[in-house]
Every structure is written in structure tokens, then in C-alpha cells.
Design a protein around this ligand. Structure first.
Ligand code: SF4
Length: 256
């Protein structure tokens, strides 16, 4: 007798059916087999741009799959330029979820504008009100959450599945690029003229908030430039660990 709960078994079955398909077929299957509201959260990084392109080409962007971003208020100017360029290129709107004003004001009052450098707890508090809480609103009532996570992005993401039941959020988490390599992403962007953040050409393989992201050196891991002042096992912002306070699972490290 299997002890796997039905939602997990359903997600595993979906992952198995997605595995042999190309990206358009994966998105078509998700659209058909996951009834209800689908939300794709984009950081406007290069993987997410591939997904935005594919959703737009499949005419799934907008009504069928909402595209949303977490506008933390601390993003690079280049990220906002990418946002504008992407909307213009595909004729879509990317919805913004912003921090609650009272929480932001309280944090800046108590910790300072860059108070996230003071401690891991302060950094997690900043990610909490700028990212995790807005993400909860973005996903409220969603049946499926699409992400651009890839297994190859870091050791913590090595087990990223194509589909999984997110019991904490009560939805299907869908990672249709989970098995793509960075080389495949770059080739797709070049061949399809996908607009991308120019910081990627300046040593930023992974792009988050401006004060918490630096360029990486040759040979460094893709995410070495994120929260570089913290120990590796503390470097997560809570977006992919279920609801705030839930344990970090393999393959569920921060995406943005
Ligand atoms: Fe705050 Fe930095 Fe987290 Fe952005 S990445 S929410 S600035 S701590």
C-alpha cells in the first residue's frame, strides 16, 4: 500500500507526463490539466524571460496564466527596463505585487534603509515583507504556480521537479524549465530574440534586489553573487520554502 497522499501522487504523475515534452507542449499540458487559476511569478531574470516568451507565443499569457512580479522597491534600474521592454515586446501586462507600506516604514525606522546587512534575521525580515508576503497575495486562490527554477542553478535546487504538490500553499508548483541547462536557456534567448536584463552580460547570472546582488567572478557558482556576505546555508529568502516558517526542502531554495 502506498503512503503517498493523492495530491502528491497527482503531481508526480503530471511530472512524469511533462518529462518527455518540449516547452510549448509542457505549457499546453499544464494549461489543460491544471484547472483553475495559474500564476507565473517572474523575477525578469533570464530563465523567467524564456518562460514569458513561451507563454506569450502560446497565447497563454494574461487570461490563462497571470504573469506577476514582486516589485520589492529595491530592484536594479535595468530590471525595470527589462519589465517595460518585455511588456512592449509581447503586448502583455506584468502585474506588480508591492510591499505593505506599514511594514516597509516600520523596517526602515527600526533597522535603517539597508538594515538587512545587520543580521540574518534582519535580512530575512526584509525578504519577508518585500517578497514573501506579497508572494502570498499573488498566489492567493491559485491552483498552480509556475516558476523558472532550474535544477542546475545551485546545489540546493538539484532536486527541483517539473511538478510537485506544495502542501504549505495548497497548490501545484510547476517548474517547466527544471531540467534545462543554462546553455540551453542562453541559446533559446539568442535564437528567439528574447528581451533580457543587460546585467546578465555584465557578470550577473542571477539578479535580485540591487543592494543584495553583485557580479560573480569567473568560475563562481551562478548564485554566488546573492547575499554574498552570508553563509551558504542561510542564503534563502523564503519564496520557495512554503509558507513563512516552513522547513527548507531540497530543491526549494529561493528563486529571486
Ligand atoms: Fe531586502 Fe535584500 Fe531581500 Fe531585497 S533581497 S528583500 S533588499 S534583504
Amino acid at each position: 500500500m502506498s503512503l503517498t497522499d493523492p495530491k502528491t501522487a497527482e503531481a508526480d504523475d503530471l511530472a512524469r507526463r511533462l518529462a518527455p515534452l518540449d516547452l510549448p507542449a509542457r505549457l499546453a499540458l499544464i494549461s489543460r490539466d491544471v484547472p483553475g487559476r495559474l500564476v507565473f511569478t517572474t523575477s525578469l531574470g533570464i530563465e523567467d524571460q524564456v518562460l514569458t516568451h513561451a507563454l506569450a507565443m502560446a497565447k497563454l499569457a494574461g487570461d490563462r496564466v497571470e504573469i506577476a512580479t514582486l516589485d520589492t522597491g529595491r530592484l536594479f534600474p535595468e530590471t525595470y527596463e527589462t519589465w517595460v521592454e518585455t511588456e512592449a515586446a509581447y503586448g502583455i501586462r506584468i502585474l506588480a505585487y508591492v510591499p505593505e507600506r506599514a511594514a516597509e516604514e516600520a523596517f526602515v525606522r527600526d533597522e535603517g534603509i539597508n538594515g538587512f546587512r545587520r543580521s540574518v534575521a534582519a535580512r530575512q525580515a526584509c525578504c519577508g515583507f518585500r517578497k514573501v508576503e506579497p508572494l502570498g497575495r499573488a498566489l492567493d486562490g491559485a491552483a498552480g504556480w509556475l516558476t523558472g527554477l532550474r535544477a542546475g542553478q545551485s546545489a540546493n535546487r538539484a532536486a527541483t521537479p517539473l511538478a510537485a504538490w506544495d502542501a504549505d500553499r495548497g497548490l501545484l508548483k510547476l517548474n517547466p524549465l527544471a531540467d534545462w541547462t543554462r546553455e540551453r536557456i542562453d541559446l533559446f534567448v539568442r535564437e528567439n530574440f528574447v528581451p533580457y536584463n543587460t546585467l546578465h552580460d555584465r557578470g550577473f547570472p542571477s539578479i535580485g534586489c540591487a543592494p543584495c546582488t553583485r557580479a560573480v567572478k569567473v568560475g563562481e557558482p551562478e548564485r554566488a553573487g546573492r547575499w554574498w556576505w552570508e553563509q551558504e546555508d542561510k542564503k534563502e529568502c523564503g519564496l520557495h520554502v512554503g509558507r513563512p516558517g516552513a522547513a527548507v526542502q531540497p530543491g526549494q531554495e529561493a528563486a529571486v
